[in-house]
Design a protein around this ligand. Structure first.
Ligand code: PRP
Ligand code: URA
Length: 210
């Protein structure tokens, strides 16, 4: 089974990620950068979407021109931090539907605890792009994809900002066919399950809750 991990090395993504890692970055700046990187990662994760040709009329003549074909999209942010990607991605694909997946990590066990799940009724027929800036133990991403597969989803992709090697290994051990896009693969997890060097707690930094 293919195990795809795409590290997005684009200079704009790398530059913005460095700004986000800086402990001095304001809540406002952090949120804006996450949104901007969301837009750039959306560009990358949709790079291979299928096209079909349709006949159109320009002001001067007719031509066959490409448009998107294939499955429609659902963005599935894992709350809270996954919301940071949504606005940027919707700028590029305004017709996408949203599936909200509420999960928090139990601070002691690091298990993912579900508190909300709401997906469009036709989610199983769509390409689902799961969004979570942080792939640490991967308990959250694994639980989110489990839940989406329960609802019949078969074509899934995961977009994160930072991934730990442990998280990638765990995620692909459970969901080997789901490709991952990330801006960086960091060194390792600390004893509290935080990514090192990382950027801290993405949800808290984005919403100013600490
Ligand atoms: C954080 C982060 C991910 C999860 C990653 O969420 O936003 O969802 O941890 O860790 P994992 O790979 O070990 O599961 P958190 O539980 O802190 O919730 P929050 O986004 O609401 O702050
Ligand atoms: N969740 C975060 O927000 N940051 C980490 O480093 C790990 C999990």
């Amino acid at each position: 089974m293919m195990r795809d991990v795409h590290v997005v090395g684009h200079p704009l993504v790398q530059h913005k990620l460095t700004l986000m890692r800086d402990a001095e970055r304001s809540t406002q700046g952090f949120r804006r950068l996450l949104n901007e990187i969301g837009m750039l990662l959306c560009y990358e994760v949709t790079r291979d979407l299928p096209l079909e040709e349709i006949e159109i009329a320009t002001p001067l003549t007719t031509m066959k021109a490409p448009i998107l074909s294939g499955k429609k999209l659902v963005f599935a942010p894992i709350l809270r931090a996954g919301m940071g990607f949504v606005d940027g991605m919707l700028e590029l694909i305004p017709s996408a539907r949203i599936a909200h997946i509420g999960l928090y990590r139990d601070p002691k066990t690091l298990a993912a605890v579900e508190y909300y799940f709401k997906a469009p009724p036709d989610v199983a027929e769509r390409l689902v792009i799961v969004l979570d800036p942080m792939l640490a133990t991967a308990n959250s991403a694994v639980a989110a994809v489990d839940r989406l597969k329960e609802r019949g989803c078969r074509e899934l992709r995961l977009v994160c900002l930072l991934a730990a090697p442990e998280g990638i290994a765990h995620f692909h051990a459970v969901h080997p066919e789901v490709p991952i896009w990330t801006a960086a693969i960091d060194s390792h997890l600390d004893e509290h399950g935080y990514i090192l060097p990382g950027l801290g707690d993405a949800g808290d930094r984005m919403f100013g809750t600490r």
